[in-house]
Write a protein that binds this ligand. Structure first.
Ligand SMILES: Nc1ncnc2c1ncn2[C@@H]1O[C@H](COP(=O)(O)OP(=O)(O)OP(=O)(O)O)[C@@H](O)[C@H]1O
Length: 383
């Protein structure tokens, strides 16, 4: 016996996801009346959270395609409306859960693995590798968030393709819930998204410590990330206020240290790792970036020398921390840089590029290394 056509339409709509929340619109209270006349013409009502929300056009197009593609439907009319304030409040509660019961999204009891990426010097490729790891982890099916905590030097929107010609994607606001834009399957938040109409290429953020702390706190508290497998943070280079705030707010975070092969970069990278340790965070390894450039004839030029990654590892090892692995060495690659500058992460667009391949392999190793559940509260109770 075939399903009533209205049920079949709902079944089709259950495969339409809200592009920011990443859940089916049928679960989010966004589908209203579904009616089909005798000729097979379907009329479907959908309710969006706010008028003109960035995701609206995509939702409408996906709904139209899903309804039109349902067997038996001969025509479609989609009625797009906006939720009432009560419906919106119910939506926020459904998505975010009871806020009072869960005030801190990434507290020590959270099951999300938090990885902060640090470096000593600027320009060593920390943001590029953080973005590459995030995109690769998402491509492996994990639910991934990315916080650009490099407030003064934010570059994540550009690398993730969320900033084009001075226009940065904005988060949606549903009541007091801030919904981050999604790029390449990763939920991304950056101070660059809160500059209003200002062109981020010509705008500087110059804040002192308390303001920086509040911003990071707000990113972690008020931005809705949903249940993440992994949250990556792109820290500013060095050992400043943000690194200390992140250490205080996320003492359970694991820390990845990025360095170049130069000794001068290695020295400062060690210092930023030591600050992370002082706040209780665990250094899970070192990645050397901008290592040997492979020439067309197969020979390798060590533009930035060699050995910096190993040097950082040796200096971070002591009796209390005997295992600090050198997780990998990412070669210099002009194509990797061009892809990042264009906002098209090389890990997706350049499968054979040696740098992109190494970053994907590093993400694969991180995904299986997990931080484990030993010694952690799981929030379970015996009834
Ligand atoms: N392996 C690589 N090969 C070639 N270019 C690279 C590589 N890694 C990064 N780059 C390029 O180097 C430049 C600096 O990288 P990125 O912005 O990621 O550094 P950063 O350490 O985050 O700097 P800052 O902390 O100062 O923002 C970018 O143009 C990036 O595309």
């Amino acid at each position: 016996m075939s399903l009533p056509i209205e049920t079949a339409i709902l079944e089709s709509l259950s495969r339409v996801q809200d592009p920011e929340i990443l859940r089916p619109i049928t679960e989010l209270g966004m589908v209203g009346q579904v009616a089909v006349d005798e000729a097979g013409h379907a009329s479907v009502g959908i309710s969006l959270t706010i008028a003109g929300c960035p995701a609206a056009r995509k939702i409408e197009a996906d709904v139209t395609a899903a309804v039109a593609g349902t067997p038996g439907v001969t025509g479609t009319s989609i009625d797009v409306g906006v939720m009432t304030s009560e419906e919106r409040a119910a939506f926020v509660k459904l998505v975010r859960g009871d806020r009072e019961a869960r005030p801190q999204q990434f507290g020590p009891d959270s099951l999300t693995r938090v990885i902060a990426v640090t470096s000593g010097k600027g320009g060593v490729g920390k943001s590029s590798l953080t973005a590459g790891l995030a995109v690769s982890l998402a491509a492996q099916g994990l639910s991934v968030g990315l916080v650009d905590a490099d407030i003064f030097g934010f570059s994540i929107p550009g690398i993730m393709g969320l900033s084009r010609d001075g226009q940065v994607a904005q988060p949606s606001r549903v009541d007091d819930m801030i919904v981050p834009p999604v790029a390449h399957g990763v939920k991304v938040i950056s101070i660059g998204m809160f500059l209003g109409d200002a062109d981020p290429r010509k705008t500087a953020v110059s804040w002192r410590g308390p303001m920086l702390h509040r911003t990071i706190e707000q990113f972690l508290r008020d931005v809705w990330f949903g249940d993440l497998d992994v949250l990556l943070l792109d820290l500013p280079p060095g050992t400043g206020d943000v690194a200390i705030s992140v250490g205080q707010l996320l003492p359970q975070a694991e820390v990845l240290v990025i360095t170049t092969p130069q000794e001068a970069a290695a020295d400062v990278a060690v210092r930023s790792a030591l600050v992370a340790r002082q706040t209780g965070q665990r250094v899970i390894g070192v990645i050397e970036n901008m290592a040997g450039l492979v020439q067309p004839d197969g020979s390798i030029i060590d533009v930035f020398g060699s050995g910096g990654g190993q040097l950082v590892v040796e200096r971070l090892k002591d009796t209390e921390h005997p295992d600090v692995p050198l997780l990998g060495s990412v070669p210099l690659s002009p194509a990797f840089r061009e892809a990042g500058d264009a906002g098209d992460p090389a890990v997706l667009t350049l499968p054979d590029d040696p740098a992109a391949r190494t970053v994907r392999e590093l993400a694969g190793a991180l995904a299986v290394s997990g931080r484990g559940l030993a010694g952690r509260k799981l929030g379970l109770s015996v009834r």
